[in-house]
Design a protein around this ligand. Structure first.
Ligand code: NAD
Length: 471
């Protein structure tokens, strides 16, 4: 049983002023495996004051000093990838197939930020005008539970590269992962007060960050509902905001797609992180002419994506993070059936032999219409909706007929054609032929999927304010 009662402020682990204690529950069996003491407004205000003081010096550091810090962070996180992965598997049931690579990506993101910082001119001049890009100030970084170590690394990397000091509020469902991650941060020996972390509830610690006039910027990853409240409440102090929100991403299989690759890819894209991924491709758009073939391939391929123990390297889908998420997924499966979609594989209830945890059956619906609830709302579980289309134009229309625009996927043998289709989709990122990543490419959403971009120079610019000196 792990007991966590401290925050990380001013380079030290400090006892929490807040005293609400929350159980940490293992999703594979519902057992209590730890307890965390949650911080309150006073803990948050203390962390903000330290970050503000530290910004006076850190905000004036040179690129080279920040590069040195990014390298130390990379080294410290890289040294603990095994522990971070194990904790991620234990605390929220992320499968080792996913957790290992995403933790590694978290370590790499510091070097990606270093590269981006080298490429980003912080001063530009013409005539008698000089434009200086200055760090915006103290940044409040608020993260979700669904890939904790990665989000903490990614947000910290861009903020540090820009010269901001930070107060981070990880999800209250990620206390164990955060505590291992904080050991890395401590090991990296950052300037004291640069990175401060307060565990706690969103409506207490998060809300204080959003409200506090000494916080210049909020970078938030989470649900659209909370994102909206941050934009609204942050307006009072004119917060700069980056909001990385949800998605209902289309995955278009063009009529020349190689189904032996495209269908396994569709499961990887749709079921990644147990379906609890903002960028999951959950609407599978298939040409009417190949619908029967697609159905056969889905039924043939699904056994290669087994649900079960997340620590088993063969497992593709682990449990939902908690009881609430389990029930949410069940309610969407029920809704899909009620609205007339047909369950091709999976369905309601727990998979056989996995009755004690928050496991759901990986589910594929066919005969889904794009106006059904399961095709419009983010389910955040391993549930795919197959929607048929008439022709390319119809596929693009359906793909864009959504309130979200975070990510999209296109599969086809003719790459030029697939890219042409990709260019017509309203989304922040579109991957052609599989799940692809590039830590220099911008990530973020159109429409209700958010505001702003992360990664690469785009991610660093989000923490900078241009200042023009004329004459
Ligand atoms: P959530 O919105 O419930 O919580 C996210 C974070 O916000 C948590 O740390 C939470 O404590 C905090 N929070 C809650 N209320 C707050 C408030 N009033 N003020 C400030 N902070 C508050 O989301 P979640 O359930 O943790 O994560 C799942 C959601 O995150 C999904 O919608 C998913 O699509 C989205 N997500 C988006 C991305 C992306 O990059 N676009 C990545 C991962 C997850």
């Amino acid at each position: 049983m792990k007991i966590i009662s401290k925050h990380y402020i001013d380079g030290a682990f400090v006892e929490s002023h807040g005293h609400e204690v929350m159980d940490i529950i293992k999703p594979t069996n519902g057992q209590v495996i730890g307890r965390v003491t949650l911080g309150d407004e006073e803990d948050t205000r203390y962390a903000i004051s330290v970050a503000k003081r530290t910004f006076e010096t850190f905000g004036r550091t040179k690129k080279e000093e920040r590069v040195e810090i990014l390298r130390r962070l990379h080294k410290a996180v890289s040294a603990r990838t095994g522990d971070l992965t194990r904790t991620m598997v234990e605390e929220y049931g992320g499968v080792v197939q996913f957790a290992g690579p995403i933790v590694q990506a978290g370590a790499e993101v510091f070097l990606a930020a270093e590269k981006a910082l080298h490429e980003l001119p912080l001063t530009r001049s013409w005539g008698s005008t000089t434009v200086i890009m200055e760090p915006v100030g103290v940044a409040g970084l608020i993260t979700p539970w669904n890939a904790n170590a990665f989000f903490l690394c990614m947000k910290l990397a861009s903020a540090v590269a820009a010269g901001c000091t930070v107060v981070m509020k990880p999800s209250e469902l990620s206390a164990l992962q955060t505590s291992v991650w904080l050991e890395c941060i401590h090991e990296a020996q950052l300037p004291k007060g640069l990175c401060n972390v307060v565990s706690g509830r969103g409506e207490i610690v998060g809300a204080e960050l959003v409200r506090n006039p000494d916080v210049a910027k909020i970078s938030f990853t989470g649900s659209a509902a909370v994102g909206r409240s941050i934009m609204r409440d942050g307006a009072a102090t004119m917060k700069r905001v980056t909001l990385e929100l949800g998605g209902k991403s289309p995955n278009i299989l063009l009529d020349d797609a190689d189904l032996s690759k495209a269908i396994p890819d569709a499961f990887i894209i749709g079921f990644m992180n147990n379906g609890q991924a903002c960028l999951a491709g959950t609407r599978l758009l298939v040409p009417k002419s190949r619908f029967d073939e697609v159905k056969q391939m889905i039924v043939k391929t699904i056994p290669a994506f087994p649900v079960g123990d997340p620590s088993d390297p063969k497992t593709a889908v682990g449990p939902m993070v908690n009881q609430k998420q389990y029930e949410r997924v069940q309610s969407y499966i029920r809704k899909g059936i009620e609205e007339g979609a047909e369950v091709l594989v999976g369905g309601e209830g727990r998979p056989a032999g996995l009755e004690s945890g928050y496991f759901v059956k990986p589910t594929v619906f066919v005969n889904v219409k794009n106006d059904m609830t399961i095709a419009r709302e983010e389910i955040f579980g391993p549930v795919l909706s197959v929607i048929t289309y008439e022709d390319e134009k119809d596929a693009i229309r359906i793909a864009n007929d959504t309130e979200y625009g975070l990510h999209a996927y296109v599969s086809g043998t003719d790459i030029q054609r697939a890219r042409r289709v990709a260019a017509q989709i309203q989304a922040g990122r579109i991957a052609v032929n599989g799940l692809l990543d590039d830590q220099q490419a911008p990530f973020g959403g159109f429409k209700n999927s958010g505001v702003g971009r992360e990664f690469g120079i785009y991610g660093i610019e989000a923490y900078l304010e241009p200042k023009a000196i004329l004459g």
